[in-house]
Design a protein around this ligand. Sequence first.
Ligand SMILES: NC(=O)C1=CN([C@@H]2O[C@H](COP(=O)(O)OP(=O)(O)OC[C@H]3O[C@@H](n4cnc5c(N)ncnc54)[C@H](O)[C@@H]3O)[C@@H](O)[C@H]2O)C=CC1
Ligand SMILES: O=C(O)C(=O)COP(=O)(O)O
Length: 599
Amino acid sequence: MNSSNGHAARSRVLCPEKLSSDGLSLLRKTVDVDEKEGLTPEQLIAVIPEYEALLVRSETKVTAALLNAARKLKVVARAGVGVDNVDVPTATKLGVVVVNSPSGNIQAAAEHTIALLMSMARNVPEACASVKAGKWERSRLVGIEVKGKTLGIVGLGKVGLIVARMARGLGMNVVAADPYAAQSVAAAANVTLVESLSELLPRVDFLTIHTPMLASTRGMLSTAELDQMKRGARILNVARGGIVDEEALLIALESGQIAGAAIDVFTSEPPTKDPDSSAARLVQHPRCIATPHLGASTVEAQENVSMDVCEQVLQILVGDLPRSAVNAPIILPAEYKTLQPFVRLVEKMGSLYTQHFTSPRPPVQRNMNTFDLIYEGEIAQMSSTKPLFAALIKGLMAPISDAEGLNINMVNAEMVARERGISVNEQKSRDPSTQAYSSLVTLVARAPSRTPSVSRHGSEVLVSTAGQHREATIQHIISGYCSDNSPFISRLGRFATSFVPEGKLLICHNFDSPGKIGVVGSILGREGVNINFMSVAPATFSAVSPMDANGGASKDGLASSLETTEALMILGVDKEVGDNVKAELVGAKGVLSVSSVTL
Ligand SMILES: NC(=O)C1=CN([C@@H]2O[C@H](COP(=O)(O)OP(=O)(O)OC[C@H]3O[C@@H](n4cnc5c(N)ncnc54)[C@H](O)[C@@H]3O)[C@@H](O)[C@H]2O)C=CC1
Ligand SMILES: O=C(O)C(=O)COP(=O)(O)O
């Protein structure tokens, strides 16, 4: 994007929550950062269209309404672990990358858990309040030791494992329930992994939760589960409010089934002040220690997560892949670099296909479309070709969609392809079919075809129903390669060629006889159209199926009479060529069809 003074406009990043300045200073070197704390959801929706990136912690709710209101948003960066405050499916659909900091604050969250554990065991908050109130209640505030007690961990992931190691250091026995945890990882941390929550609950003196908030974990600990615990057990939640049902916990505290609770996170934050609500009564309960979602609130953790996500925002804004995308594939940076020129090539091939072969009624909007994307040579050795797949879908769709709104990328390409009925069969061959290129990419389209926009008679020719049936087997082929990081098209239909797929191109299909260049040149010259370059492509490949000279559907009965005497003339032009001029070109002797594409 360019500003009015011709300089590239700086990207804008919105930060509606308190983030450590370390990452923000890094961002400010190249982008504009607006720190705007305290915006209402409506105010956020009003300002979001101006921003390319949104930086949040747990307070900002990144809803579908907010994401849909965005116009330029490329990334939502969560400066922390949990992304339950971000509508990730909607972001994915819109092609917005969601990144987080998966390990920047895990030590802090684990240490806070241990702080709460010890505070609960020794009544620290109550004792402190008592002394400040001028009392000296030594016998009322007798605690318990944790050494020799059993700690149950639900969710033996990153935070859970650190808590486990610390608890082992405190002399506790540690038992964990996590259906996805590896036995070997648990064993290495001296943790006994049990099969189910039901097996865990009766064994523990303390229970701590470290799962994400998911549909499957919401309300995971309710009355039935709390009743399975030993009478007088204690419970901690530094994961997410609502994983332990607040009302059930309050009742269990009141009945003495649970002797103590330490809660850092609430279903609604801050919890409602309505004195009759379970949340407020839980907070006020004398045997409940409550902290205001402080798990990640250490200087160190905030520096870590801020740097982590701000670096990723910069990567995304310059078009690179972030290291911790929640909704995009992970690709090694070195591979991504190698793939980059091919990403451009494949996108151009897709766009060329749609414009040259399917104009004016692209089948990608109507029917199931099947493509083979064949990688040969070095490119076939890449472990992931996800960026190439995404580039193809983008290229196919861009000419027929709102270019501004159509943000197809690795995040949403598969979803878009599914919605549009596009099926891509990726094939790899390490031994190239030709030694001419170190890497060759070929797109084979198996799709119903439409004729080029201007026929020999200057009018659009649409195929008949019978014709469509026959043409369903016809293949269109485009091949390309990269040289010096620039993409080249080496085959278009049956024609061997070599041109850079860039800018406005006029593709004339004609008899390979003298005089054509002059005829086309003089008509374009008269119209004030400058020709930047020209490439003549003879028909080289034999037809794989009844293709016309464009490698497409036969039309006007001409294809059958045209064998090897055809050629494509590819002209780079400096302005749009009108339909009337194209019709005149087709009318000229020996010019069979003309299509114009912008790449
Ligand atoms: N209070 C705070 O400030 C903080 C809270 N958190 C919360 O802690 C959560 C965990 O963080 P990490 O350990 O980094 O995540 P993680 O993804 O490394 O670990 C989560 C573990 O939960 C397990 N799990 C998932 N469903 C389960 C189920 N139904 N039963 C048992 N285990 C299940 C997973 O297999 C995984 O091992 C985050 O999602 C976040 O919500 C994280 C950081 C700070
Ligand atoms: O990282 C997490 O999941 C947290 O819960 C931390 O939340 P916060 O960034 O402190 O609002």
